[in-house]
Write a protein that binds this ligand. Sequence first.
Ligand code: GH3
Ligand code: MG
Ligand code: MG
Ligand code: MG
Length: 313
Amino acid sequence: IEFIYKHENSNELANLNETVLYSNAPVIHIIDDDVSMLILLKDVLEGEGWIVITNTNPEKAVKQYFEMKPDCLIIDIHLPQKDGFQILEEIYEHNKKHFIPTIMISIKSSKETRMKAYQKGADDFFKKPIDLEEFVAKINRHLQRKKLFDESVLIDELTQVYNRKYLLESLNRFYQDFKRTKQPFSISIVDIDFFKKINDTYGHLMGDQVLRDFAQYIKKNVRNLDMIFRYGGEEFVIIFPKTNNVDAKKRLNELIRGFSQIEFTHNDNNFTVTFSAGLFTVDDMGIEISEALKEADSSLYEAKRLGRARVEC
Ligand code: GH3
Ligand code: MG
Ligand code: MG
Ligand code: MG
């Protein structure tokens, strides 16, 4: 399936919020009052393909941290107003369960300072001037651990797409982005047709296989910035960012047609599977996210009622 999408070009994604929201690149947050240090680190770390957020002001830094949800935090200990330890305390206070690999950096590197950093939650410590090669190697290790952690929390085990927990968080983020940019985005709830019959006829294991293949089919045939979530049993949600109703509907029709052509084999039996979709496009400030999901769900019901293997909105 070939799709033509608008806004594919990342150059158009001007501001940082958008870059973070629509990119898969890891986000590194550096807090340091030394501007030349920030410039140097930003340059080096961006060279690794990472998105780098910098702050000199501790107050702004904490706010920024919660907005951007970075994947690695780098904090200078000696800052005006508030030191790096206090920033860490504030972050952990708001966010006890969150896992954020943290590196503290400082001119001082006495054992006492290092111990305090570890006690406050730092995973790592680098003395200034920083050995950049070692620094990058360490950040790479931290990002790998963060990725594993995120996947274990946010990915559905069976289908390897995002889980329901991550759906709600993502919907809210896209909704905030919609409010800012006024560009509509579309939400679809999709549900496999007569799935119970697949289980009953070919067994539960085959049913599981269909679920896996279905999820992977959708993932492969949508844009990188689209997201798919397992919503429940054989129900999934697809978010199409920056996509109006007409384009989303067209895309869903193509997905429905494409998937229906895939042949599944069980023992010597071949069979095909279809799915139905309910679509709702958020293009109006008046609507809340929970209502949007309800609307998509009632359209799905309508698609089922009208004969399945179709999209309704
Ligand atoms: P409809 O076309 O109206 O959607 O019919 P349906 O049979 O797909 O829907 P129904 O809700 O009646 O059945 C869904 C079935 O999905 C029931 C449940 O046992 C099965 N199911 C839910 N989770 C899993 C799973 O993880 N693996 C397998 N194999 N089956 C599952
Ligand atoms: Mg400093
Ligand atoms: Mg179903
Ligand atoms: Mg269902």
